[in-house]
Design a protein around this ligand. Sequence first.
Ligand SMILES: NC(=O)c1ccc[n+]([C@@H]2O[C@H](COP(=O)([O-])OP(=O)(O)OC[C@H]3O[C@@H](n4cnc5c(N)ncnc54)[C@H](OP(=O)(O)O)[C@@H]3O)[C@@H](O)[C@H]2O)c1
Length: 161
Amino acid sequence: MTSHQPSAHQPSAHQPSAHQSPAPTSPAPTKPSAHQPSAHQPSAHQPDDDLILITGGTGKTGRRIADRLVARGLPTRIGSRAGSPAFDWEEPAGWAAALRGVRAAYLSYYPDLAVPGAASTVAAFAAAAVEAGVRRLVLLSGRGEPAAAEAELAVQSAGAE
Ligand SMILES: NC(=O)c1ccc[n+]([C@@H]2O[C@H](COP(=O)([O-])OP(=O)(O)OC[C@H]3O[C@@H](n4cnc5c(N)ncnc54)[C@H](OP(=O)(O)O)[C@@H]3O)[C@@H](O)[C@H]2O)c1
């Protein structure tokens, strides 16, 4: 999964933007700036729950995914601690805001799925995502790594498609 929406309705890629808030009164997206966390707002013609959340979207892997999604005109939200709403793996209280309006999410856990507690954090986030209405989850995993396999199982069991 990846980020931003181009075109007539779309804010440009890599814009940190006033995270989408479906409300028509929400502030206009701010200026695009490379590699910035952004939450591209769905246009007036898009459903409120059409966003793709890219966690780690300012990082090496997530950024590439975000670029491609934006290039395809898909509404995206970059999950970043500097975003608005902010996304932080270590701050579950902020997850609901980051997941609002999201239909699919790319999970790139930081610092690494091998660190103690990673799988349980990913499991909790996957559960929160499904609870919030996210229908598709994609996890950046590590082939053959036991700890990563635990996180994979958690995501697979979360109840998404
Ligand atoms: N790079 C690779 O070749 C590679 C290969 C295989 C697997 N991976 C895995 O992919 C994941 C990301 O690696 P990367 O190389 O893309 O990282 P990176 O370039 O170092 O970027 C780190 C990313 O993680 C985010 N981040 C850091 N702390 C966070 C936190 N507490 N909560 C939420 N987001 C946080 C950062 O976002 P903000 O600073 O904007 O919050 C940034 O987007 C890691 O699990 C890594 O093991 C990477």
